[in-house]
Design a protein around this ligand. Structure first.
Ligand SMILES: C[S@@+](CC[C@H](N)C(=O)[O-])C[C@H]1O[C@@H](n2cnc3c(N)ncnc32)[C@H](O)[C@@H]1O
Length: 328
């Protein structure tokens, strides 16, 4: 397992919380901070809620088209790098497909959640004899650099890469940020490499809002777990009973927004930062955007980031799109 140092990660978390909660305008925290051990497990629970269509539909698309997604034209062996791999449950569909035609496979899952990465690596090692899983606990782009270094240093690892980015995580980036992110990935790929991305599409507001407000309240627990994490890791004094979850579709910006709402005027001290943050009644911490795209915008995204679309895979309702990009 390769990993960014824990003290560096802790310091970054403290700094980002100080900046995000101290903002004079909208308070914000980046969604990557949802994923401590508890957050990662809550996300797994969200995925199996009946309202959370993206996980199920993306898995169906992968099952249906895994061969075309992973096949290389020249039949050479591939190595898989995954961004934000989580439990790698859906990825097993692709791993199984590749292992049905390659004697072995090197798989580099990259995730900020070290605990989830360890758990996943152990399960994969037990379940697949010919899979070599090399976990990298870091941010996406640093992780790809690390994987590239390891691939170049070892003759046994096939150089041709399939990078995968599932779960519509690209939707968490601002649209212009997603272009610069894709350009960065593009610069780390060779011309025969491919990039497979799962992207959630626009649809009825009711469907979208139900997905982020499941009846069992798992998404609410996932969102509020961020305050528990601040309490535990930064000695925060958030009272969980005076904050609530809110998620809604913002049709102007074409995104689902998640917020944590303060139910009263209050002040919260965070020990490690030695700072008190004030909240007005109904003031929110904006914790996640999940942009919903049209097929036209996805084509434009590929064009602007210098990729061509090599494969375009949908479900029958066209609710979700898995796209295979290759360097232009
Ligand atoms: C929405 S989940 C998707 C998990 C899985 N890929 C799926 O499709 O079910 C996002 C995953 O990405 C990880 N993650 C979020 N932001 C990240 C970042 N900036 N760098 C690396 N991993 C990140 C989280 O820990 C989490 O496991």
């Amino acid at each position: 397992m390769y990993s960014t140092s824990q003290s560096q990660l802790d310091e970054q978390f403290a700094q980002d919380i100080k900046e995000g909660l101290g903002s004079k305008s909208q308070k914000r925290v980046e969604p990557k901070y949802f994923y401590d051990t508890e957050g990662s497990h809550l996300f797994e629970e969200i995925c199996v809620q009946p309202e959370y269509y993206p996980w199920r539909i993306e898995a169906d698309i992968l099952r249906r088209y895994s061969k075309r997604m992973t096949c290389s034209q020249d039949s050479s062996e591939i190595t898989i790098i995954e961004l934000g791999s989580g439990s790698s449950t859906k990825t097993r569909i692709l791993l199984g497909e590749v292992l049905s035609r390659q004697a072995s496979l090197f798989y580099f899952p990259i995730d900020v959640s070290k605990a989830m990465l360890c758990e996943t690596r152990n399960k994969l090692s037990a379940d697949y004899r010919n899979l070599r899983t090399i976990g990298i606990s870091s941010d996406y782009v640093d992780g790809v650099d690390q994987a590239n270094r390891l691939i170049s240093a070892d003759d046994q690892i096939p150089e041709k890469k399939l990078i995968i980015f599932l779960g519509s995580s690209i939707g968490n980036l601002e649209p212009e940020e997603s272009i610069s992110f894709l350009k960065k990935l593009r610069s780390k790929m060779d011309e025969n490499d491919n990039l497979l991305i799962g992207i959630d599409l626009r649809k009825d507001r009711k469907v979208l809002e139900a997905a982020y407000n499941d009846e069992k309240g798992i998404t609410a627990r996932f969102n509020l777990n961020l305050l528990t994490r601040i309490n535990r890791e930064l000695r925060g004094e958030f009272d969980l009973d005076s904050f609530v979850h809110r998620a809604f579709y913002n049709s102007f910006n074409e995104r689902v927004e998640m917020h944590i709402v303060s139910t009263k005027d209050q002040q919260v001290y965070v020990g490690r930062l030695d700072q008190t943050f004030s909240f007005d009644e109904n003031e929110t911490i904006h914790t996640e955007n999940s942009y919903k795209y049209s097929s036209e915008q996805i084509r434009q995204m590929a064009y602007e980031s210098e990729f061509v679309i090599k494969g375009d895979f949908f479900d029958t309702k066209r609710w979700f799109n898995v796209v295979l990009f290759s360097p232009a």
